[in-house]
Design a protein around this ligand. Sequence first.
Ligand SMILES: [Zn+2]
Length: 217
Amino acid sequence: MNHLAKKISVDTTINNFGDQRIGQQFSLIVPKLMPDEFHLGYFGRFGLYNGFPNYLSAKRKINHIFRIQLNKERQYPLPLQLADILNIDPERFVADHTLVPIFRSPDHNNIPSHEVKVLKAMGYILAKPNVCFCENCISEDLSYIGYSYWRRSHQIHGVDFCSKHGTQLMMAVDENSHYQSPNKILKLGRYLISKITPTEYDHPVIKKIYRTINGLY
Ligand SMILES: [Zn+2]
């Protein structure tokens, strides 16, 4: 898909996505959030569509908007920024698109996962040494939607196989790889292949974590 075609398809998505107040106010393109999309990867898609060349420049730009123009506190966490930009419920966004629910112990004194202080501590960290992707998911994404995206379900510690394809996950090697598309990391060869055997995916604890985070029970 060429650049113009991509921009048109994104703009069409915006028009179908309801209220985009912050996007409209600051002339930002707000791509559609995909199912199971990892929030750090979404921030990369958002940033690149808006012309911010890397993670740090995108963070600076968005932090400036939230701090100076929207009067949010200096360290207003990225997951809340993204929920605001998407104009969706922060509790739902954190539950469905971040790793925060699996980092937290069951004993957290009823403090919600979308609290600012929780997200300051847990809203940026990865569960594995770097972000992971499935080659087959990338192929399907490119065929069906024209771009690839990072899935949260591939980022869970102990899950080294794609639950949909049963294929080994690949792990990116460079810092902030989540800012680029998984397809770009694949094409550049900037990844490692997981060494863990498929039987480990069947470990009951790992399956329990996976099913819990995906709301299966
Ligand atoms: Zn897959």
